[in-house]
Write a protein that binds this ligand. Sequence first.
Ligand code: FAD
Length: 379
Amino acid sequence: MRKQSPARPTVAVIGGGYAGSNVAKQLDEAAEVVLVEPKDAFVHNVAALRALADPSWLPRIYFPYDGLLERGRVIRDRASKVDAGRVTLAYGQEIPADYIVLATGSAYPFPAKSDLDSTAAAHDKTLAAHAALAAAGRVLLLGAGPVGVELAGEITATWPNKDVTLIDPAGDILGARFRPELKAEIRRQLSEIGVHVLLGSQLAAGPPGEPGELGTFTVRTDSGVELTADIWFRCYGVRPVSDYLAGSLAGARQPDGRVEVAPSLQVIGQGRVFALGDVATADHPMAGAAGRQAAIVAANIRAFITGQGELAEYEAPPPGIVVPLGPHGGAGQRGGQDALLPAEVVAELKGRDMMVDRFIELLGVPVSGAPVGTDGTPG
Ligand SMILES: Cc1cc2nc3c(=O)[nH]c(=O)nc-3n(C[C@H](O)[C@H](O)[C@H](O)COP(=O)(O)OP(=O)(O)OC[C@H]3O[C@@H](n4cnc5c(N)ncnc54)[C@H](O)[C@@H]3O)c2cc1C
């Protein structure tokens, strides 16, 4: 059915986040892997909110790509145009590829994700926002999804006396996917740590200035409630990154920016182009899902290369999440499990070490330079 490719074909992996780094590593032995990534380091953004509250975490969330691949190479550039079989980089270089893996993820407003390609510049931006946050008495967080809730927990764990308000137009926190019991438990804990939660409310007009900058302001909700704060952050707005798709691939781009894939994670209508992680339609945007999909993509490309085996398929698991509120609080739910995950389990899985260890291992960071932590399971 499938034709065997020549020995060691080229696999171009576009994007070196959770999805792309995993695929690249898993295919390093079997193919000529070329990983295209504009950032000078892998960013473990799952811990980005912790690093805002406690910048001593910064060295633990940016890992250079030097130790990721033994045979393959990492090209520090951005794909500006990707069509089936060919990748064009922003600096003009063209990479012909037998297989292409789209793993360009999603953008999210700072501080949840970084829009800077240089680690030094990203550290400086976080340090500046940390200093502004430290000096602010009142904090307004727009959006009470997992990011807003987690950020409220990080801020109050570091500065218990700050006045933190979460506001969201939805009727409840965390979005639609998760269980009412989980939302109720997180709301209870937020109230216990003094976070104000304003649901079913939105601002009549956005706050002035940029997020993460110090400056007192007053805004009004559409129902007339006045809120005064010294700093604000935008905690909503995940945006899949797929603007580079061209030619026959452009048709797979959905109106929301995600790339439509089959259960085999092949881009719809394509044989040798795959997409996974936040940029693909296979599942919700979670690093855990990206990791599981990476194993499927790597197995399927290996099956093509060897001409052996059937294509594996990705099946999205039932909704699961761990929501830390600082290093020790929070709750979670696991698919197929009735009982909520209590704070101690959430701390063990994520809150305490923010899952740093597994990425130290993936990126091949020398152990002597590695921080100590325990392993966890992404939500
Ligand atoms: C604050 C926060 C906490 C989170 N916590 C959890 C959690 O606990 N558990 C969990 O499972 N998920 C969590 N998530 C979700 C998780 O971060 C995402 O699902 C994950 O980042 C998706 O990985 P990805 O590799 O698909 O994309 P990304 O991590 O976004 O990586 C994409 C990469 O592609 C690169 N890129 C973009 N455009 C181009 C281009 N044109 N050419 C080349 N490269 C390009 C980018 O620079 C980036 O390095 C969290 C998210 C946030 C924001």
